[in-house]
Design a protein around this ligand. Structure first.
Ligand SMILES: Nc1nc2c(ncn2[C@@H]2O[C@H](COP(=O)(O)OP(=O)(O)OP(=O)(O)O)[C@@H](O)[C@H]2O)c(=O)[nH]1
Ligand SMILES: [Mg+2]
Length: 156
């Protein structure tokens, strides 16, 4: 029997969500940019894992509400967050834990989530371990914490 589930990629602009989606697909489907706010609407990509169909949902970055377009993009991300079976919350290793605290407040339906600490190639091992430790007060909130860097050849 084939099973299917929706996994939303959520995080601030420029966190590396589209890069992760492309890497999971093995193809450059989603637009990746050095500039924040590259992704403007939700897009789905299906990845098979044995008999399970995983539908990844790439979303615009979570940001503060300002302009009308930003409001639309934020709504797109919030809808994807409320509608899925699992959230992959991406946070660059250089971002502080306060961003995760904001995410927890936005996750009103308390959808299960995995934290991906992205771009770990940008810091020393020491800094990485300190950052990981800063999430320990929230260990009951998330299913897993995965430090990650996407190899350069897949995202340039
Ligand atoms: N050093 C490094 N850079 C990365 C990594 N993953 C992504 N990047 C870079 O980070 C930038 C942003 O990547 P995107 O995938 O567009 O980020 P996003 O979260 O989809 O951004 P928005 O769509 O604007 O919300 C790009 O320049 C990527 O090449 C990584 O593991 N290491
Ligand atoms: Mg994107």
């Amino acid at each position: 029997m084939t099973r299917a589930g929706f996994v939303s990629l959520i995080g601030r602009p420029n966190a590396g969500k589209s890069t992760l989606m492309n890497s999971l697909l093995g193809e450059k489907i989603a637009m990746v940019s050095q500039k924040a706010n590259a992704t403007r609407r939700r897009s789905n990509a299906i990845v098979m894992h044995e008999d399970t169909q995983i539908i990844f949902v790439d979303t615009p970055g979570l940001h503060e509400r300002e302009k009308i377009l930003n409001q639309y993009m934020l709504d797109e991300a919030l809808k994807a967050m409320g509608d899925c079976d699992l959230i992959v919350y991406l946070v660059p290793v250089t971002d502080g834990v306060e961003h995760y605290e904001k995410f927890l407040k936005l996750n009103k339906k308390r959808v299960k989530h995995v934290i991906v600490i992205s771009k770990i190639d940008q810091v020393s091992q020491e800094k990485l371990f300190k950052r990981i430790a800063s999430y320990s007060p929230y260990a009951q909130e998330f299913e897993a914490l995965i430090p990650m860097a996407i190899p350069k050849k897949t995202w340039t």
